[in-house]
Design a protein around this ligand. Structure first.
Ligand SMILES: *Cc1c(COP(=O)(O)O)cnc(C)c1O
Length: 405
């Protein structure tokens, strides 16, 4: 099954017809909100903007693909039983991705909580009813590397477990005891930790402890969807509303059949559980599936070339201003897309990067970027096609204006 899926992708990416389909808006996004009816944001006095920042939760992540929106609207018109929908969608996701089992969660954060809950409870609903306040009869510790400890381990603590932080393989092996429920890994920090994939998985297998990998922001490349379950992680979590361009409040939990079944015990519609507040509605469950299907089948090479050319366009436009320097790079893991940092000689261009970002935000149309004191940072993968030209022009204008004395 794994092989046929990969062959399928290979075939799809070499089909000229498909390549041709992804020329205009299809490759990035549809134009937002232009349904010809009510302008809801305007009615509310809200600012919309060009997203030159990336997949940021506070900026509402991504725009769903047209295909995902279509599935969302379809589901909005017809009832279906939530568990039956999750069963079928899970099966289809597992088939598409080539893992044992899958389920749609309420974000990667919720995938972490539900996945751990499943590890703790197995198939016992009575245990599920006691998470997080009484873990009697369950294991109660999760081990992770200090360098992997960012705010998201709160998702583990929501199950009532104790977090044990280690740095070396020796410390990891020593920390494992009869209370160890799971080993947790933050994919984006693989290269920052002293224990990387191979050794981590070896230890997990040696002691027979389930391992979870948080890959929330880690497509592209598309292969990452199956890379880490193939590598030996028992559970893998993705965000639905980042590179996959599904609903922002969705995520994927992928992995071993019995662990996904266990996780579902703590998920809605079941009420007396830690996951009851992590409901995913039928519209989002279906839209998530279709987002994944669309993502796997898109022309990834063409998409990369588009992002690359957009980034170069903005970079070249900025470089027309005397004193500007640009840096084009691709982060190794997480937000692995062409990215641009624009900086300048502030004795020539009298504006700070933060002031420039504010000026971009205050303009019409408003443009959101990221960065700090040193640079204005831009990606184009979350933009609508064509918006890169507006961004290129505005960046140059603002820097030009600030270089006049
Ligand atoms: C975004 C992110 C999350 C949270 O994902 P949601 O889908 O918003 O719940 C968790 N872990 C990492 C590393 C992330 O980047």
């Amino acid at each position: 099954m794994l092989v046929s899926r990969r062959d399928l992708i290979k075939q799809l990416s070499t089909l000229p017809l498909l390549g041709g389909m992804f020329t205009a808006g299809a490759i990035t996004q549809r134009m937002p909100g232009l349904t010809g009816r009510r302008d809801y944001y305007k009615e509310l006095g809200l600012r919309n903007f060009i997203n030159a920042a990336g997949t940021y939760t506070a900026l509402t992540g991504c725009l769903m693909t047209e295909e995902a929106v279509e599935a969302y609207n379809y589901a909005a018109g017809q009832y279906v039983a939530l568990d039956e929908l999750q069963d079928k969608v899970g099966e289809r996701l597992a088939e598409l991705i080539g893992c044992e089992a899958a389920t749609v969660t309420c974000g990667a954060f919720s995938a972490i909580t539900l996945g751990l809950a499943g590890v703790l409870t197995g198939d016992d609903p009575k245990k599920a009813a006691r998470i997080p306040y009484d873990l009697t009869g369950m294991k109660s510790e999760v081990i992770l590397q200090k360098s992997h400890s960012i705010g998201y381990s709160h998702a583990l603590k929501n199950c009532g477990v104790k977090i044990i932080e280690v740095e070396t393989v020796g410390e990891l092996e020593n920390a494992i005891n009869e209370n160890t429920a799971m080993l947790w890994f933050l994919n984006a920090h693989n290269f920052r930790g002293k224990i990387q994939y191979k050794e981590f998985i070896e230890v997990g297998k040696k002691f027979n402890i389930p391992m979870m990998n948080d890959c929330a922001a880690d497509v592209p490349p598309v292969e990452n969807l199956w890379k880490y379950t193939d590598m030996g992680f028992d559970l893998v979590c993705f965000s639905g509303g980042k590179g996959l361009r599904g609903p922002q409040s969705c995520g994927l939990l992928l992995g071993k059949k019995e662990l996904i079944r266990g996780a579902r015990l703590s998920a809605p519609p079941r009420g007396d559980t830690v996951g009851r507040g992590m409901k995913v509605n039928k519209e989002e469950v279906l839209a998530m599936l279709i987002a994944v299907e669309t993502y796997i089948n898109r022309d990834h090479d063409a998409e990369w070339k588009l992002w690359d050319s957009q980034i170069k366009l903005i970079s070249n436009s900025a470089l027309e201003v005397d004193g500007v320097e640009t840096d084009i790079h691709v982060p190794e893991i997480a937000n692995h897309v062409p990215s641009l940092n624009i900086s300048w000689d502030q004795s020539k261009i009298k504006i700070t990067p933060n002031e420039a970002r504010q000026a971009l935000r205050a303009g019409h149309p408003s443009i959101e970027t990221v960065g700090g004191d040193k640079s204005v940072n831009i990606t184009t993968w979350m933009m609508n096609a064509g918006e890169e030209r507006i961004v290129a022009r505005r960046v140059k204008e603002i820097l030009m204006e600030s270089s006049k004395t």
